[in-house]
Write a protein that binds this ligand. Structure first.
Ligand code: FES
Length: 102
């Protein structure tokens, strides 16, 4: 979901990252400049609480990068670190407004 409330529904492949799926579908605001290397934070997103829990734990590298993300929230994730799986079917990914300036 974009900051303006608009939505784009995309199909994802089990095992791919949410970032790869977003880039493949040209989702605005997910530029992923480091290509999934967990170094740029241009794939930042928010997940609703239930999806955030199901998305799994953050590893130390992701936590470190998120420290420097504008508009970080408790439900922030890097989409390159979230793997698509059946349990995430229907997940809504929110693109932060700060991503639109990057
Ligand atoms: S694509 Fe760079 S941190 Fe996710």
């Amino acid at each position: 979901m974009q900051p303006d409330g608009s939505r784009q529904v995309v199909e994802a492949t089990d095992g791919e990252s949410v970032m790869d799926c977003a880039v493949d579908h040209s989702v605005p605001g997910i530029t992923a400049q480091c290509g999934g290397g967990c170094t740029c934070s241009t794939c930042h997103c928010y997940l609703e609480e239930s999806w955030f829990v199901l998305s799994g734990p953050l590893d130390p590298d992701e936590k470190d990068i998120l420290e420097f993300v504008p508009e970080r929230r408790g439900n922030s994730r890097l989409t390159c670190q979230v793997r698509v799986s059946d349990r995430l079917d229907g997940m809504i990914v929110h693109v932060p407004s700060s991503n639109m300036d990057r």
